[in-house]
Design a protein around this ligand. Structure first.
Ligand SMILES: [Zn+2]
Length: 313
């Protein structure tokens, strides 16, 4: 254990769920992987609840996630951080982008953009308001270019996007006054000194936009490690079967062992017979990222699946 990153900084990782629902198996995998990785690196592991989108949130879900993490034996460093607390810093960053003309007000409504071209990332903003806009209610969009924005993911290899063609200028402050996810996450990772981000592969295509914001704001870019999505043995996404169902509070040890198995740590068949702290001790000793390299999906075996759907202590 070195406690430092390749560039010599103290390792700080995080798990940053949105409180749109309880902790489910997919988010548990991201929590487990980021936790084990931080322990492997001898670093800190922070928990941040990304509560900046109240319309999408479920009342009480943030507290419920924290309680579930506690029950599953996670030990985080410092207090849980609620992202809404750093709203003043999000606004400062937005104001900097505007002042430096790296961003501009956009009055386009959803209807105005109905005919805009689309890519895998969603609507490609056609740049309508780049030269100015006199609408009263506006969002703030950040300017993009077509220079490739790339990074080397520690699991998935080289990734790159041309933002102007693939997403167009994107929103950092919404018309309804809420801060957009990309800006909030970038500012908070910077404020917390995060050196490496371990999260689900479903967020990988948003990474170039976040790196672009880091570059514009003069923040360092952390390392990235995007873990594969868990699937049913037949390839169906697990979320389709288990939905956003909360991980159970009974049968925790079996679910935790299933998570280790999904992360390809090959837990012994009787591992779940041990205590939660013994399970973690086993995982600290057996964690490695190599089996996950270049994998975009990992099947959860049928047995573990059954335990997940019908957990017994
Ligand atoms: Zn516009």
């Amino acid at each position: 254990m070195t406690g430092t990153t390749v560039t010599g900084k103290h390792y700080i990782g995080r798990f940053a769920p949105s409180p749109t629902g309880p902790l489910h198996f997919g988010s548990l995998l991201a929590a487990v992987a980021s936790y084990l990785r931080a322990r492997e690196r001898g670093g800190d592991w922070l928990v941040r609840i990304e509560d900046v989108d109240p319309p999408r949130e479920q009342p009480g879900a943030g507290d419920e996630i924290v309680r579930a993490l506690e029950a599953y034996g996670f030990e985080w460093d410092g207090d849980v951080v609620w992202q809404s607390v750093s709203r003043p810093e999000h606004d400062t960053a937005g104001a900097t982008l505007l002042r430096e003309r790296m961003a501009y007000p956009c009055g386009c409504s959803r209807r105005d953009l109905a005919d805009a071209p689309r890519s895998a990332l969603g609507i490609i903003y056609p740049g309508t308001c780049r030269q100015g806009c006199d609408a009263e209610e506006t969002a703030i969009r950040v300017r993009t270019t077509d220079d490739p924005v790339g990074f080397k993911d520690l699991l998935q290899g080289r990734q790159s996007q041309r933002l102007e063609s693939e997403s167009g200028d994107f929103i950092v402050l919404r018309r309804d006054g809420l801060i957009a996810y990309h800006l909030a996450v970038v500012v908070d990772d910077y404020l917390q000194g995060i050196t490496e981000i371990v999260r689900g592969i479903d967020l990988m295509d948003s990474t170039p936009r976040q790196i672009w914001l880091q570059q514009l704001l003069g923040y360092p870019t952390p390392d990235y490690l995007h873990i594969p999505v868990a699937t049913h043995p037949d390839g169906d996404k697990l979320s389709k079967l288990t939905g956003a169902k909360a991980i159970p509070m009974h049968g925790k040890r079996r679910v935790l062992a299933a998570a280790f198995d999904a992360l390809m740590l090959r837990p012994p068949a009787d591992l779940a017979a041990n205590s939660v702290s013994d399970l973690w001790a086993w995982a600290f000793n057996n964690w490695q990222i190599e089996p996950l390299v270049m994998r975009t999906a990992v099947p959860v075996d049928a047995d573990a699946m059954a335990k997940l759907q019908n957990p017994v202590s």
